[in-house]
Design a binder for this molecule. Sequence first.
Ligand code: BTN
Length: 241
Amino acid sequence: MDKIIRLEKVDSTNNYLKQHCDDLDSGTVVTAEEQTAGRGRLGHLWNSNADMLPMSILFKDPPEPETLTARIGLGVCEALEQCPEINLRVSIKWPNDIIMENHKVCGILCESIRNGDKLNVICGIGVNISQTEKFFQNAELFSAASIAMLCGSAPNKEALLQLVAKSAILRANMRFSDCYCDYKNRVLNLGREVRIISANSEKKAFAEDIAKNGFLICRDDNGTFEVNSGEVSVRGANGYI
Ligand code: BTN
């Protein structure tokens, strides 16, 4: 296992790796008991307490950075399924929300920093371990759940940290073409009506396939088009998935 840095409290584990990137090796993992200014996709907040597992992994000059986030999502699914407390299928809501029983149990935020002609990528992973239903209701996160809520008991955090880090790094070292079938098999939006939501528009389409570069291939009355994960959120026609 590569180096794991364990912190009591941090603003964001992604920020920590950004700030210390020059002094750390590729594959370094950081986690914290508490995260006070954690970030999610599309500007959302993702603070963490003892009921969650926030972690980030540093990848220096990784191959195929544009598909790294999808490969990390796949690695996280595989890690969760290896966890003894988890007895449910783990899927992906494209591009990389991790889903169990139609609920989001983990989110992934990959951020890049350019260093001359090299690109370093920090992959942040936030797993919902043992929050209660009340926690998510108070936070108005109606489509999220914790592993403990869905499986009846919480996984050991340290064991999960090691499993996720190992599996994510394994997939990060592979080509997307070698992950393609496994990734596609986990994407549960495929074959469904979806809403593609961006900052100022929303359109309905049918999610047909995953492109060789990880984009979502959709079809509407005007034909087929590809959706890039960058700025959009994809939901079901009538709900979360
Ligand atoms: C999402 O919006 O679904 C992505 C959430 C990513 C949260 C994780 S928690 C560890 C890492 N540090 C952060 O500030 N964000 C990510």
